[in-house]
Ligand binder design. Sequence first.
Ligand code: SF4
Length: 335
Amino acid sequence: MSDLFSMMETITKEHAKMIIKPDFPQHRPKNTKRMLDIVEDKDSIKVYINSSSINLLNECKQKAKYVLMDKYSGGDTPAKTYGTAVHKAMEYLYTTPIKDRDLVKMHDKFIENAKSLELIEDAHDKHSITNGLTLLSQYFETYCNDPWQVVELEGKPLVEHNFEFRLGKAYFLEKLVEIYYHGTIDAIMKNKETEQVAIFDHKTTGSMHLSRNMIKPNNQFLGYFYYANLRLDIKPDLMIMNLLEKKNQIAKTSRGIIPAKLERIEGYYTEEEFKEFETSVISNVMSLLDCKGGGVWPMNAPNACNGFSGCEFQAACASNPKLRKPILESIGNKQ
Ligand code: SF4
């Protein structure tokens, strides 16, 4: 592949620099695996939360209890393995200077992390090694030499960037509640031609219809903007979502049936929306503490149960509550 790109212009890697604001509190930035932690003592409660937990709380409180409090989950699925492998391949690409980028190495990164997937040629299977390699080749050919370059923070490229910060505080039953928000940003990039700064996110799962809607203001992306705007010395101009889904798939949307393809979608958010994000996180934390305190976790049946690909807890919810434990344990790994 080096031949293929030997004609490409070799550019000097000039990363934009950014700094952390002096009052930025660093809290366990490496440990972002947990979705939710609640640490309670006599006078205060510390809640560590991320966008996936907030989405679960909005979707169904009962589901949030199963996953966040009881720690039941289906463990690794082909979709999760596929997503991780694509992200690792993209990380390789973004952290390698343009002149050194090599498609074979990018493919190797994917295969290394996708070993449990089978080489399936079935056109309907999105999570095969074949599909991943095809999409990554398309991505490489389209974007290898594009003007977006990774921004650095204190000498480190902002790729797969784990963060955690204190979002705010509130009171619950006269106890001080401190809320810490965490997440991982796929990449923060600067366009060397337009000087714009964008937060990049790669979507590899879900239907095309859902993925396209993801660019609208949502907890995950607003959280990234909130963090970059208020905690880093940077104001991102836009969100860029890379859709890495199979080209010959089709998706139903409000505009009819359209073919899926590799594409980038842009989103722009306002300061009012960041403010709403803060309020929404605090109110979700309060409702979580309410459910936990009262032991009542409402079920959002039937809509949440039958949403995209169906809820994995349907059998448990449909059974007598006294008989749920063995069903939940059969669902899988505790986190
Ligand atoms: S089956 Fe329905 S009610 Fe039960 S956890 Fe899932 S979404 Fe909630």
